[in-house]
Write a protein that binds this ligand. Structure first.
Ligand code: 0RA
Length: 686
């Protein structure tokens, strides 16, 4: 142990507060009215001012430390250590010691210049120390340069910690003298006293116990949280030594929190990043890091960036040593700087075309980054105030890093090209994934969004429901009126549909008629076909009983055969058989499907008995809805042909379809009739 290690000595630090001092200021305390009578009259007067100064903090702690929860509790520590940090960063202190004691005491000690103890110019009866400890925002008034460096910038000041501490002791070793003052809930428990002479020692110790009245009776400092905070402070102020001490009883059963540790990271954030990405494979051997300090003025920053090959990226950022887990303007500045410098490099090496697709997200996808900025009067955003909002910060970071990164890339072209290829690969991968996603989404929405032309049935499941694919809008209109709304859906198709046997994939996807059909069926096509998603038990092609109708039917069958063969295999596809003729004789009437059927009827049902009127339907649209229902749609009366590919035909079926789907509709019609003839009783649905 060096002299400095034993800065104040345990005895002095833990000495009890003298009773006289404790009584001195308390009577005027509105915050603690239960306490005793005043001592010296002069001291009371100043105590009143003090109380008026800190009372708002006790009344509304949230206004000053963002709440009274665990985060706020640990903020007290940040506030105290930041003051010592300022002293260290200004070069006045070489180390800072943090100690968590049993009983909830936390102390922060530095070997800096010590808080000034001489009478305060504005309040000659008080020491500067007392004014600092008891006045809001008093810190910076003494030596503004010191407080511009770090946490003092965001800090509400150590007086807030004082106000929210049950007890707070300050000890200052300055000018070979040790001074001490004790406060309770912000109230001085006596004047600053001289404890004695100290040789070769200087600095400040703040030792405090958070007030349970504010933070609740169960509030405790968490060793792990303090440990991590202390360590990150050391990373954020490269070169400053932070010594950690914790009562062993407090870390029993807690892993990775030692009773003692020393943090000193000469390379600051670079060390931090290297620690975080230890063992990870990197795209470039070197990590990109830097530091720009402008002592006395605002806008200092430090960063460290590395690209990993197999890991998701992460960004850790701070503003004035306050973590900003939600990022903000400074992080955005970094991202943009990296992208722009890479763009410039791409231009230099003739890769700007490929680089055009790259976004900041591609650059950051596997990038591990650490960023720390120091700015004056930062503004934070978001629910938890975890996001930096100061616009200026983004600009400062972007300008500084863009330049430096540009140089870094230019200085090591091989490494730069490796990185360039890497980010371009990320962009291309992203575009590929997006395309796949879009296709997947489209299929998904198709399932959900039914085509406008579809008159769907009201039945929920596929079982028992039928879809009539009808030729033309007018037939569609009749069919919609003729149907049983509960079980029968109607999809009208306009005119001839695309011949899938001769059209390319692209055309197929663009075809509105077919895509309406696919949407209505819901089961997908090709390799995406899913039986369980088919929305109907029977899919019925209902076209006019003429050559054109046959053509459309064969085009549709071809479509199903090519795109949803399983739908046919599973026996879902049918042909409706509408009549071609209506025969009337007096009150008697009947329908004939074709010429042969007509002749048969004439010879049987209408034999003799006078003149038979024979009407020929030009199309389904000409039929009255009632007629259409009676002849073609009503499950009790209609004739349906099931479309099957016979096992024997299977080997050449594909060739046959190919052959017949040329430009000979008659050949196709013949084919359909041929198949219809093969349909045996079991396949007929009467
Ligand atoms: C104001 C002025 C000076 C130092 C400090 C404050 C100071 C504050 C803290 C808080 C914790 N440790 C600290 N160390 C120093 C400069 C006084 C001078 O000029 O000597």
């Amino acid at each position: 142990m060096t002299d400095n290690d034993d800065l104040f000595g345990g005895a002095a630090a833990k000495r009890a507060t003298p009773a006289s001092a404790r009584n001195a200021a308390v009577k005027v305390s509105r915050a603690a009215p239960q306490q005793g009578t005043p001592g010296e009259a002069g001291y009371d007067a100043s105590a009143i001012e003090v109380l008026e100064g800190l009372e708002p903090v006790r009344r509304r702690p949230g206004m000053y430390i963002g709440g009274t929860d665990e985060k706020a509790l640990h903020h007290l520590f940040a506030e105290v250590i930041d003051n010592s940090m300022d002293e260290a960063v200004a070069g006045h202190a070489a180390f800072i010691e943090v100690e968590l004691e049993e009983g909830g005491w936390l102390s922060v000690t530095d070997n800096g210049r010590g808080i000034p103890v001489d009478p305060h110019p504005k309040f000659p009866k008080k020491s500067a120390l007392e004014v600092i400890m008891t006045t809001l925002h008093a810190g910076g008034k003494f030596d503004s340069k010191v407080y511009e460096t770090s946490g003092g910038l965001h800090g509400v000041g150590v007086s807030v910690v004082n106000a929210l501490s049950e007890i707070l002791e300050v000890e200052v070793a300055r000018g070979q003298t040790l001074y001490r003052q004790v406060f309770a809930r912000g109230l001085p428990q006596g004047k600053l006293e001289t404890v004695g002479r100290v040789l070769n020692r200087r600095g400040t110790r703040v030792r405090f116990k958070p007030d349970h009245q504010i933070f609740g009776k169960d509030a405790r400092f968490q060793p792990r949280r303090l440990f991590k905070m202390a360590r990150s402070k050391a990373y954020l102020f490269g070169g400053v030594e932070i010594r950690w001490k914790c009562a062993p009883s407090l870390i029993e059963g807690i892993e990775n929190v030692p009773a003692e540790a020393t943090f000193k990271f000469p390379n600051g954030l670079k060390d931090y990043l290297l620690h975080d990405i230890e063992g990870k494979e990197l795209v470039t051997d070197q990590i990109f890091s830097g530091k720009i300090t402008k002592p006395g003025s605002h806008g200092s920053l430090e960063w460290a960036v590395a690209w990993m090959t197999n890991e998701d990226g992460f960004s850790t950022s701070y503003c004035n040593t306050v973590p900003t887990p939600e990022g903000g303007t400074h992080e955005n500045g970094l991202r943009i700087a990296l992208l722009r410098a890479l763009r410039e490099h791409a231009e230099r090496v003739g890769q700007s075309k490929r680089m055009a697709a790259v976004t900041t997200d591609d650059v950051m996808a596997t990038c591990a980054s650490m960023l720390s900025v120091f700015i004056r009067e930062p503004e934070f955003q978001g629910q938890t105030k975890d996001k930096l909002a100061t616009v200026e910060a983004g600009r400062i970071v972007e300008n500084a890093i863009r330049d430096t990164f540009d140089h870094w890339l230019a200085a090591a072209p091989q490494q730069a090209n490796k990185l360039l290829d890497w980010v371009i690969d990320r962009a291309e991968e992203r575009l590929r994934r997006r395309q796949e996603k879009e296709v997947a989404r489209k299929t998904a929405t198709r399932k959900l969004r039914l085509p406008g032309k579809l008159a769907d049935c009201s039945n929920a499941g596929a079982k028992g429901s039928e879809l009539f694919i009808v030729e033309g809008d007018s037939a569609g209109g009749s069919a919609k009126q003729a149907r049983d709304r509960a079980t029968q859906a109607v999809l009208p198709l306009r005119g001839k549909i695309l011949n899938v046997a001769s059209a390319g994939r692209e055309k197929l996807h663009q075809n509105q008629q077919l895509s309406d059909l696919v949407q209505a069926l819901g089961c997908g096509t090709g390799s995406h076909y899913k039986s369980s998603d088919l929305r109907y038990e029977k899919v019925i092609i209902m076209t006019d009983a003429d050559v054109d109708g046959a053509h459309i039917a064969s085009l549709l069958i071809t479509f199903f055969y090519r795109q949803m063969p399983k739908l046919i295999d599973d026996g879902h596809l049918y042909l409706a058989v509408p009549p071609l003729y209506r025969l009337t004789q007096g009150s008697k009437s009947a329908y004939a499907r074709d010429d042969a059927d007509r002749e048969k009827l004439l010879k049987t049902v209408f034999k003799g008995n006078g003149k038979v009127e024979i009407g020929r339907f030009k199309g389904l649209g000409e039929m009255l809805p009632a007629q259409l229902k009676e002849t073609t749609m009503d499950p009790k009366k209609r004739l349906l042909l099931k479309v099957v590919v016979e096992a024997d035909d299977k080997p050449e079926a594909s060739d046959t379809v190919e052959r017949l789907m040329g430009n000979k509709p008659e050949a196709r019609f013949a084919f359909i009739q041929e198949r219809a003839a093969f349909a045996d009783e079991a396949d007929l649905d009467i």
